[in-house]
Design a protein around this ligand. Sequence first.
Ligand code: FE2
Ligand code: FE2
Length: 577
Amino acid sequence: MIEIGIALSAERDTNRLMETILLEAKDLSNADGGTLYLRTEDNNLKFEIMRTDSLKIAMGGTTGKEITFPPVRLHDPTTGKENRTNVASCAALTGKSINIPDAYEAKNFDFSGTRRFDQGTGYRSKSFLTVPMKNSQDEVIGVLQLLNAIDRKTGEVIPFGDDIQPLIEALASQAAVALDNKQLLDAQKLLLDSFIELIASAIDAKSPYTGGHCQRVPELTKMLAKAACESKDVPFAEFDLTEEEWYELHIAAWLHDCGKVTTPEYVVDKATKLETIYDRVHEVRTRFEVVKRDAEIDYLKGILEGKEDPEKLRAKLDERLKKLDDDFAFIAQCNIGGEFMAPEKIERVKEIAKVQWKRTLDDRIGVSHEEKKRRERVPAPALPVVENLLSDRDDHIIYREGPEAAAEKDNEFGFKLEVPEHKFNLGEVYNLCIARGTLTSEERFKINDHIVQTIIMLGQLPFPKHLKRVPEYAGGHHEKMDGTGYPKKLNKDDMSIPARIMAIADIFEALTAADRPYKAPKKLSESIKIMSFMKKDAHIDPELFKLFLTSGVYKEYAERFLDPSQIDDIDINQYLK
Ligand SMILES: [Fe+2]
Ligand SMILES: [Fe+2]
């Protein structure tokens, strides 16, 4: 009995646990058959496991054979009356064991179903011992039913003896506690899983550009981890994951970008250089309009004064207006972040910025408290004031405030990051001169900061022992094998295999995703080619990349998650050398 108790409390799989309970009870009582029912939330008894040895019936549990019998109702669905005619239901309702020597002679119970079953099979159901399973709160959580006790000497079917009943009852109560604990654990785990998925979906929902990333990376991570487990080749021959380690990787993969909850949307989705929460190109365009209007006013004033030839004045005006139109078109074009901005273009932005316009209105009224504070860093000029068409002003700079782990030199986390001096710089010239893409170095730092936040957040969670490596697995996906990644500049040897797997999964998902609504997603061959360069540059683990290709994981993932139009022919041999 003690041994059974130990075995029950050690079992982590619910199906195996239920099976152990039933088989041990059958063994103890030498019964030919048995059924284990669990009480469901809607107050029915669901058939979980069934066994009848002499008929070779084994259903439910780990057999994979589903039990199709409808559940036993504890109450009549229309009248609500207790169902005491069914012996299992009666044991559950009363909380008492029922020992029946011969079902065919039992008066108070309806065994017509049993009789029908016997007629179909030629079996003779006789003795029944039905025991409720009560948890530590004395609630019935299931029923254990044994069928046909067999005399160990004669092989005859006999009633369940008075000596055996207390033993089965003791087993049932031990089993109930073990099952109850397991159900509680399962419920907690389900809650944790759902919570993790909720965070991942919230992050994915933040940006229409990266939607689905947090949900697809775990899939790809698991596919590649499985290939590594199955691989018999160096260096993965020894690599394997236990059930608990799989779960650890699952959690890590789902949470790998959890720090993104702290990334401002305007940075995540910054589509043009002047965009903050709104695209300031419209403000700049209005200034150009003002300058054009001023040019016309100058012309009309010139006509009124009558000193210069009107035709010359007109020609001068037309030339001026045309230049302003061209300049604005150029600035507007610069606002769209291209691949590379040549130095001459940067010079032209700076030249255009010097064009002057007159401001007569106070720019410190009607603004937010924060902006007002920033503007007050310098005294207000007297109005009207002549200002540059585009400027980098003091109030465009957002200072770092308070301690930031990532920005500290010898921080406790081991972050080694190049930290820009300011938190943000909204300067107009500064932003329009971004050499590549639409992000300033301050904004790029903020984007990269998501991994710093991921590591800090996960580091604060009280992970139990079997989940201790979640922060390591989740936090390494932007590191590179040669130590040039971030945030810790780890190299290959500093990283576990699962962490290196996650880095590949993260990159491949991002490459193949439709990351910008106006950009078609990359073809499979193109994505693999880019990754092969990353391998050459020692950014990703070459052996994992090889496994990614040879195992066919890249293809399997593509078939499951990519648009068919992305899947093109690819010769992986060229990348295996
Ligand atoms: Fe990330
Ligand atoms: Fe990611």
